[in-house]
Design a protein around this ligand. Structure first.
Ligand SMILES: Nc1ncnc2c1ncn2[C@@H]1O[C@H](COP(=O)(O)OP(=O)(O)O)[C@@H](O)[C@H]1O
Ligand SMILES: [Mg+2]
Length: 328
């Protein structure tokens, strides 16, 4: 630290070697240099930002991919569990249904015998008139139950062993209609035009049933929407099967309002849905496509017209190993 009074002499500033013009010149040069440097730094910063952004994007994609995988896994596990439960329930319902059926048959024959042997007045007229009909109804009910149980069983049978077996596509249509009937019966009619001569197709028939079910459910949702928008509208689905040269086709046609042009490209995308949370998962068509194309070597495509309806077409090859050509 210098003491203020140690030097009394006031030092003159050294004579400035630069003229004002030169100073000006230097200052401009410095400014230029600074600006240049700033530009360079800016450029570096921009490159860094770019790199960071692309890294962040990659990370985001990676996260989305793993989330998708997780969801798919969860969905698959849920389906698997549901399938197992359905098989279990079907199995459990089967035995009581069987003994109700057997008992009914016994009661019916016993009653017939009683009626034959009894004098007219021994059996009240009311019973004589109504009991046979009541028993016939009960028997019909049990038969329906048995049908639903076997549909459920076939439906939920997981393609164990993963070897394609000859499958009856018409049966798959019937099973899908049976297990989803509760969903559509209040809203629409389903007409079927099934090819009686349809050959069996090497497939996992329960997967084919699931695909058909998904298409029926989608058509039902679309019809319910169309009916909400227009009172008095009739809902109808037509399901056709047909033998073609090297396989079979399944057509599922509805008379709802069609698929808007701007989403036609996306409907097969996983998780694409126009439905509310809880109503749709956006998995139906993605799954259908993967099951038809990847698992069965077939094709799936649709035709749609606004206000008229939509038809989905599935082609399943007789020889799944032979490439089926472009989808659609
Ligand atoms: N028959 C159809 N009529 C009109 N739109 C349809 C039909 N089938 C599918 N879609 C549209 O395709 C979307 C995707 O269907 P999907 O993959 O089954 O998922 P989700 O049914 O869960 O929405 C639906 O949300 C709907 O917008
Ligand atoms: Mg769906």
């Amino acid at each position: 630290m210098s003491e203020p009074d140690s030097k009394t002499e006031i030092t003159q500033p050294p004579e400035d070697p630069l003229s004002p013009e030169q100073k000006e010149e230097v200052s401009i040069q410095i400014q230029h240099k600074l600006i240049e440097k700033l530009h360079q730094e800016n450029e570096k910063l921009r490159a860094l930002t770019e790199e960071l952004t692309s890294k962040a994007k990659a990370l985001e994609e990676e996260m989305e991919r793993s989330q998708n995988l997780e969801r798919q896994l969860a969905q698959a596990q849920k389906l698997e569990a549901l399938g197992q439960m359905a098989t279990g329930i079907a199995h459990e319902i089967n035995s009581p249904a069987q003994f109700i059926g057997d008992s009914l048959a016994f009661i019916k024959s016993a009653f017939d015998e009683i009626l034959e042997g009894a004098a007219k007045d021994d059996v009240p007229e009311f019973l004589r008139d109504n009991l046979p009909q009541a028993m016939a109804n009960a028997q019909q009910g049990v038969e329906r139950l048995a049908e639903i149980v076997s549909s459920m069983k076939r439906f939920s049978h997981s393609g164990d062993g993963r070897k394609k077996q000859p499958g009856d596509v018409n049966q798959a249509v019937g099973d899908s209609m049976a297990v989803s009937k509760n969903l559509w019966k209040y809203h629409l009619e389903i007409d079927t035009e099934l090819d009686e001569e349809l050959p069996e197709i090497p497939c996992f028939v329960s997967e084919i049933s699931q695909v058909i079910l998904n298409l029926i459910v989608n058509a039902t949702h679309a019809i319910i929407d169309a009916k909400k928008a227009e009172e008095g509208r009739e809902g109808r689905i037509i399901i056709r099967t047909k033998q073609v040269e090297d396989g079979v086709t399944i057509e599922i046609r509805d008379n709802a309002n069609g698929i808007p042009e701007e989403i036609r490209e996306q409907i097969f995308d996983p998780y694409f849905t126009t439905k509310k949370i809880g109503e749709g998962t956006g998995q139906g068509l993605a799954l259908a496509q993967s099951q038809i194309v990847k698992t069965h070597g077939g094709r799936i495509h649709f035709e749609t017209e606004l206000g008229i309806g939509t038809a989905f077409f599935i082609f399943l090859p007789l020889d799944p190993e032979k490439p089926a050509g472009p989808s659609g």
